[in-house]
Design a protein around this ligand. Structure first.
Ligand code: PH2
Ligand code: MG
Ligand code: MG
Length: 172
């Protein structure tokens, strides 16, 4: 089993429902188990700034899928949850990105792992660091927390509990 961090985001309609639906689909897959979820973070849009605020969260999963199969699985979950194709960096019902896959470094046509822009994104750094404050970036070998700064922290507008783990626990 491999430790993988995923980032989830939504900035259309019922954002929390899209994210929770994606987490349920992930956890239901035989090759994936959701181990830890971060809080929900309401975040200012990054890059293309004339769009609605996002909800972002990070999750740690255990998976038996190799990186390419995991990538295919998350694309199929994005479709099932209801992602509509729009412009690049534009509004989305659900986006699921592989942030870290164990300590692997992959640069292929389909995949870049670790995700290329992690260190510039407060909405990725803060949720991952909530799950694992001492995580090291496998490419730069630096502590991830060294990339935090007040600019990135200021893009976080609100933080609240995601009780996905508790809710799943009750059903088991
Ligand atoms: N995703 C993007 C572009 N900009 N901004 C925020 N706050 N959250 C996102 O998930 C996000 C973004 C493209 O993947
Ligand atoms: Mg993304
Ligand atoms: Mg994506």
């Amino acid at each position: 089993m491999n430790n993988v961090y995923l980032g989830l985001g939504s900035n259309v309609a019922d954002r929390e429902r899209f994210i929770n639906s994606a987490l349920l689909h992930l956890n239901e897959d035989k090759g994936c188990k959701v181990l830890k979820t971060s809080s929900f973070y309401e975040t200012r849009p990054y890059g293309k700034t004339d769009q609605s605020n996002f909800i972002n969260t990070a999750v740690l999963i255990h998976t038996s899928h190799n990186p390419l199969n995991l990538f295919k699985l998350i694309k199929s979950i994005e479709n099932k949850v209801g992602r509509i194709k729009r412009e690049r960096w534009g509004p989305r019902e659900i986006d699921i990105d592989i942030l870290f896959y164990a300590n692997e470094l992959i640069e292929s046509d389909e995949l870049t792992i670790p995700h290329a822009d992690i260190i510039n994104r407060g909405f990725v750094l803060l949720p991952i660091l909530e799950i694992n404050p001492s995580i090291i970036h496998p490419k730069t070998k630096k502590l991830l927390k060294e990339y935090l700064d007040t600019n990135k922290e200021n893009d976080i507008l609100r933080i609240w509990n995601n009780d996905f783990n508790e809710r799943q626990g009750k059903q088991n």
